[in-house]
Design a binder for this molecule. Structure first.
Ligand SMILES: [Zn+2]
Length: 397
């Protein structure tokens, strides 16, 4: 499985997905190539106004901007978008849904029941909830499409007529935060991707997505993995596989069940072994002299719990990496202008054997330093810092 901090790769390709290139219309399709800072290339298809990766995953504009921000072209996105939009999971592992196109009604209900029985995700018919999946018809291409994670408000899973139950499971997995298995950043130790055997339209579906976090070993049976050979991805009618194991052998796609690896990945994010809370404690602001200067300090504390309500402390049995985003706002050299925001990202490793932790680096940090002019406005040289963090699962600030 591949998790992207919260993004899991557990999907795999449906046989129905092999219709992708047959149904696409060249004229309203554009491929956006992002040269990533880590040297890889990522392709985003813009089809009928939708940003699509991996053939069937529809990105929000914010998610697209996030990927763009990771590219050499850069972007304006902030880490807040990353947290709020790219990595959002369904709270209390409860998904609200509506079936607007009932032609696949039975397949949808079967898939929902299966995922509930297997992983414990709770599916509830939507009444007036803000965030919900709407099952509709007519994907832009292929058999189905879905958003990645819970993106907020109404989000669609588009399904072609009379698709298989396994495809619905695959698409719901995308909505839960999982992405394609072949996009894992560590796939090179398991498979070869032979781009020479892939037609140009299909190449984006074989991109590595480095923002994903692989969970467990590469899973050749994952419901999120494409098959070795797809006739529609083939270049010039070639019968040579697009992907092989390192020893040259091939595999078929599996679209009947969630594997142990798929289930482990979903459990990793929806039924985590522990829950984390981060608290930033601000130490009262200190003023000096004539009160034209002040500064504030803060410490960030992490607490580990055994339950989702975060009332029962738990001792970590293995170290836990927590992503920390340090946001610094620096005021420009003009009165009243908004600060320039920069984000710094790093990991804090909470060691095994503790149930709370305050990293030395985040103890009594100066987080605000301001000098004031006669009218009380902060001026050049002033700054403030805020911290946010997420361990990738079970996290709550
Ligand atoms: Zn997919």
């Amino acid at each position: 499985m591949l998790l992207t901090a919260l993004l899991v790769n557990g999907c795999k390709k449906d046989s129905t997905l092999t219709n992708l290139s047959k149904t696409e219309t060249k004229s309203d399709r554009e491929t956006i190539t992002l040269e990533m800072k880590d040297g890889t290339t990522m392709h985003v298809e813009k089809i009928n106004g939708e940003y699509i990766i991996g053939g069937d995953v529809v990105l929000t504009r914010e998610q697209f901007n996030y990927f763009k921000s990771k590219s050499k072209q850069g972007g304006l996105v902030t880490q807040a978008v990353y947290i709020n939009d790219l990595l959002k999971l369904w709270p209390n592992k409860t998904v609200y849904y509506k079936i607007s196109n009932s032609i696949n009604n039975q397949a949808i209900l079967d898939a929902i029941n299966y995922i509930h029985n297997t992983v414990g995700i709770i599916f509830v018919t939507r009444t007036n909830q803000n965030n919900y999946i709407d099952f509709v018809g007519n994907p832009s291409q292929g058999a189905g499409s879905s958003a990645l994670g819970m993106i907020g408000n109404r989000q669609e899973i588009k399904l072609a007529n009379s698709i298989s139950y396994g495809t619905v499971v695959h698409e719901i997995c995308h909505s839960l935060g999982m992405y394609h298995e072949q996009a894992r950043s560590d796939r090179g130790t398991y498979i070869n991707v032979n781009y020479g055997n892939i037609n140009d339209d299909w190449k984006p579906q074989y991109d590595i997505v480095n923002t994903g976090v692989p969970h467990g070993s590469f899973d050749f049976y994952s419901i999120m993995l494409y098959p070795s050979f797809s006739s529609d991805a083939a270049k010039n009618g070639s019968t040579t596989p697009q992907m092989t194991r390192l020893d040259g052998t091939t595999w078929d796609s599996q679209r009947q069940y969630l594997t142990t690896g798929d289930i482990n990945a979903l459990n990793y994010i929806y039924n985590p072994p522990y829950y984390v809370k981060a608290i930033m404690q601000i130490i009262p602001e200190l003023s000096y002299g004539d009160a034209t200067y002040s500064h504030a300090e803060a410490s960030v504390h992490f607490y580990i719990y055994d339950n989702t309500n975060r009332t029962v402390p738990k001792i970590l049995t293995t170290p836990l990496n927590v992503n920390v985003i340090e946001q610094t706002g620096t005021y420009p050299d003009s009165f009243g202008s908004p600060p320039t925001i920069t984000n710094t990202y790093y990991y804090v490793t909470i060691p095994a054997g503790v149930s709370s932790y305050t990293p030395a680096y985040l103890t009594n940090r100066v987080v605000s330093e301001q000098s004031f002019s006669y009218d009380g406005m902060a001026y050049a040289g002033s700054f403030y810092k805020t911290f946010a963090s997420f361990p990738g699962f079970g996290y709550q600030q």
